[in-house]
Design a protein around this ligand. Sequence first.
Ligand SMILES: Cc1cc2nc3c(=O)[nH]c(=O)nc-3n(C[C@H](O)[C@H](O)[C@H](O)COP(=O)(O)O)c2cc1C
Length: 231
Amino acid sequence: MDLIDGIATTRAIRRYRPDPIPEEDLAEILFAATRAPSGSNRQGFRFIVLRDGPRAVQARELLGQGARKMWEEKRQRDGYDAGSGAEVSSPKARMARTMEHFTEHFHEAPVIILAALWCHRRSSVALGGAVWPAVQNLLLAARGLGYGGVITGWQEPCEAELRAILGMPDDPKLELVATIPLGRPLGHHGPVRRRPMAELIYEDGWEVPAAWAVDPDGTRFTSAGPPAGTR
Ligand SMILES: Cc1cc2nc3c(=O)[nH]c(=O)nc-3n(C[C@H](O)[C@H](O)[C@H](O)COP(=O)(O)O)c2cc1C
């Protein structure tokens, strides 16, 4: 697959077929993850793969509970049932149904990968840069092999218990940063939708348009997600 095509079609996949992921494919996906750049090449990223081992089973259960709790809170906070959300066919209502199904079933995904980071100094946005390229490499490699997944923060509500189950050192420098379910998509991969390049790319100054920054023919767009007005 062409690299740019892969990048442009690596969507968040939240429904999976039950087929397991063969170890050769898992190895390739995680090889890609571990080839990512990091500041000073510190390589502080770590990945814990959850399949069907006894600790994985316990961790999946906890993550499922965490996901349902976080989605319920987000549903209320972002008003998914209010306004257009009350109309069954609105994008908001469709998203709510997707998330409902996802949080009910995500703990059953063929593989769940936890991304962690050894922080050499206090956690910060810049330090996050030491792990997200690896996570995106992982998703792109999965896409290349016909799998799909999505970055989630579902570890957050159950982090302490999860760390204990998985035997992670009780060290504040070791952060759990993301939970990524992976599997063969139930639907299809398709083009991601983002804002037009003209809204996101500047040249020589803030909000100065770059005439050459033109999306390829046929690109479809979407506005930014909630909260409304987020730039
Ligand atoms: C840092 C980060 C955190 C995310 N957290 C979640 C999450 O907790 N749950 C979830 O379902 N999706 C999560 N996502 C996925 C985004 O919702 C998704 O990528 C975005 O809506 C765009 O969808 P698309 O990639 O299919 O176009 C996260 C993405 C990123 C980059």
